[in-house]
Ligand binder design. Structure first.
Ligand code: SAH
Length: 244
């Protein structure tokens, strides 16, 4: 397992910034930009946003529309969005997008569980394009409403207008059976245990990225091989809000 990229990537409110464990760790969450383009390019230059497809889509979805405090939109830190939720730090979004990019190609189907601010839902939408589809699942109705309004302010808005991006109020642990199976599943909140429904809703050949654990959480990659075998790879220690 790799070293922690950032233990507070999607930290519960009040827990950021985290204690530093080694001087090198500082680098990981210091991609702040004076503007959005600079933030994205810092994430690329630091080797966190390694997928060009993800970078291209990300650069079109300005983070300022998804955060309550737009003065801090380009800080590489999580931000409280209300209802005990946070929008994850840009480096964490970048890292997860890069892990999933090969499974979120044009035409792919994506499930974003715990979609919160809607930022990643919008980015996935631009990655899969009009031949693909993205379902965001979030259990707080107010956040769903707010995320839809935010997505509509970005170039992903037209995908939403055409039903290619939808955000639903539901329990994310159950996934979204209606649109299953998915090429790509992103989970933005930590599950105490790997939800079986989500594994079932993954296509053979598909990939899920999910934080698993309670006090000690790991970011885990779940690859469903073409023969249906499930492979789990622990990537690093993280700290997300819980999947309730
Ligand atoms: N990727 C999102 C993460 C938001 S924080 C972003 O960066 O904006 C995690 C989100 O998961 C919160 O919005 C929280 O309300 C939601 N959540 C927690 N448990 C959930 C559940 N069982 N079903 C759906 N959403 C859940």
């Amino acid at each position: 397992m790799g070293k922690p990229l950032c233990p507070a990537a999607c930290a519960p409110p009040g827990t950021y910034p985290p204690a530093r464990t080694s001087p090198g760790d500082d680098m990981m969450w210091h991609c702040h930009g004076a503007n959005y383009a600079e933030l994205v390019s810092n994430l690329q230059n630091r080797g966190i946003l390694t997928s060009n497809d993800a970078a291209k889509a990300m650069s079109k979805v300005d983070r300022k529309f998804f955060v309550p405090d737009s003065n801090k939109a380009y800080n590489d830190a999580p931000q409280v969005i209300g209802y005990r939720a946070t929008i994850s730090a840009p480096h964490m979004h970048s890292y997860c997008l890069s892990l999933l990019a090969d499974h979120a190609k044009p035409g792919a189907s994506v499930l974003d569980v715990g979609s919160g601010s809607g930022y990643l839902t919008a980015v996935f939408g631009l990655m899969v394009g009009e031949t693909g589809r993205v379902v965001g699942v979030e259990h707080i109705p107010e956040l769903v409403e707010r995320s839809i309004a935010a997505i509509k302010k970005t170039p992903a808005g037209s995908l939403m207008d055409h039903g290619k991006i939808v955000v639903r109020v539901a329990d994310g642990k159950l996934g979204n059976a209606e649109g299953a199976p998915y090429d790509c599943i992103h989970v933005g909140a930590a599950a105490a245990e790997l939800p079986e429904a989500l594994v079932q809703q993954l296509k053979p050949g598909g990939r899920m990225v999910i934080p698993v654990g309670t006090d000690n959480q790991n970011l885990v990659i779940i690859d469903k091989l073409p023969d249906g075998t499930v492979e789990k790879t622990r990537k690093m220690v993280v700290r997300y809000v819980p999947l309730l």
